[in-house]
Design a protein around this ligand. Sequence first.
Ligand SMILES: *[C@@H]1O[C@H](CO)[C@@H](O)[C@H](O)[C@H]1NC(C)=O
Ligand SMILES: *[C@@H]1O[C@H](CO)[C@@H](O)[C@H](O)[C@H]1NC(C)=O
Ligand SMILES: *[C@@H]1O[C@H](CO)[C@@H](O)[C@H](O)[C@H]1NC(C)=O
Ligand SMILES: *[C@@H]1O[C@H](CO)[C@@H](O)[C@H](O)[C@H]1NC(C)=O
Length: 476
Amino acid sequence: MGWVGLVCLLMMMVWSVGGIGVNWGTQSTHPLPPDTIVRLLRDNGFQRVKLFDAEYDTLKALGKTGIEVMVGIPNDMLATVGGSIKAAEKWVAKNVTQHITSNNVNIRYVAVGNEPFLETYNGSYLGITFPALRNIQAALVKAGHNNQVKVTVPLNADVYMSSTELPSDGDFRADIHDVMLTIVNFLSVSGAPFTVNIYPFISLYADPNFPVEYAFFDGNASPINDGGISYTNMFDANLDTLAHALQRNGFADLPIIVGEIGWPTDGDRNANIEYARRFNQGFMSHISGGRGTPMRPGPIDAYIFSLIDEDAKSIAPGNFERHWGIFTYDGLPKYPLNLGTTNSGALVRANGVQYLQNKWCVMKPSARLDDPSVAPSVNYACSSADCTSLGYGSSCGNLDARGNISYAFNSYFQQNNQLDEACKFPNVSMITKTDPTPTVGNCRFNRMIQPYYGFGYAQRPSGLISFLVLILVLVL
Ligand SMILES: *[C@@H]1O[C@H](CO)[C@@H](O)[C@H](O)[C@H]1NC(C)=O
Ligand SMILES: *[C@@H]1O[C@H](CO)[C@@H](O)[C@H](O)[C@H]1NC(C)=O
Ligand SMILES: *[C@@H]1O[C@H](CO)[C@@H](O)[C@H](O)[C@H]1NC(C)=O
Ligand SMILES: *[C@@H]1O[C@H](CO)[C@@H](O)[C@H](O)[C@H]1NC(C)=O
């Protein structure tokens, strides 16, 4: 083996040690039990996982697996840990130290906040993010974790920009320039990485004129020429805009982690399985072999967003929000994806998932479409259940009116654990044991999984009382 071969081998070793990570969010009405998810992670060869909080059972399930963990501090806790060093020390003692020492969890990062400078937050977290970062780092140092556990702040890619669209003109956004430099300097001094979330899908969603091909990695987009460097995909250009922003401000060597990257499969005309696979597989191939970007050649640490669909996420950003998973809510792979791990091309489904019975709620065949209770019933069902697959261009967007109504009823019925009372839309609904899922297309009438009540904050089936009120109103 020559030098080239040796270098390649070394690079592959670095790569396989790093490997691809994944985000594990739990905003679901029926999250899979942590043990099931941890098995899913291992079966698919994920060696790194990013969490959005520090839920006890989640971390415990990750114990003794060796999987590298980024634990998160939600934005609504930033004021607490930023306001008092004691609170930060308590957070570290309970959510880091305990898990490292008693449960053997391989915690490597603490994510302080989640995209706290998003414009939609109106600057609410601007003043408290840095104090929280500083206090958590001080608490980690005091507890003796600072060599193993690094702090970071996952930021949205809009914290930097380029006035000319060329990466080489990248700099931090003017209105947050000072706070960004304070944070970046602190990360640099602490030997910690910068974490950024990059979403070509959102650019495409927000701007109908965005060149679709530029979102992907196939090289079909017309290149952007930046001083002789040619950019053919948004990811490289975006990451290098950040690299230039860092360099411009004196932090050329600060490591960058891609905290979230992915593509949703439903809830928008550009959110589908074909595009999601093309993007995620394209990304995996793009970074495989330790190839980086023009500004940051070498391996890229990245976490796919996301492991699994979350049906209780806010859809304020768009209906696609509940469909980022490479797996469905019940742990089924949505498409083949070679992660460059042991998985060799096919994702492995979740094992031992417990479903509810073979029952669905549908519109009664005898009910009339113009029955006055249809519209309020559908509105009611969709206001609490998940109807995000019904819109134009979505997986169930081609259902006829009856199919549409049945879909809404069933979604509500399943979210309420198939309780008989949750399929009593006055005169228009009935329970069936025949799966109403159409035989063609991707539209799926879900059957829910057994509820897992371990997470303190998981949503419980609710709304039945107001449902009874709805029935009363309709009957009177
Ligand atoms: C530990 O993290 C959990 C989950 O994010 C949070 O609810 C709890 O308040 C934290 N504990 C402390 C002592 O801060
Ligand atoms: C931000 O401001 C808008 C408009 O003033 C308001 O509707 C929204 O609720 C605010 N968001 C937050 C998180 O404060
Ligand atoms: C089905 O429901 C969606 C969302 O509520 C609506 O936009 C669409 O027009 C409906 N389609 C039919 C055929 O009723
Ligand atoms: C249900 O159907 C019965 C019999 O056809 C009718 O008397 C009743 O008014 C209907 N109830 C509602 C809420 O539509």
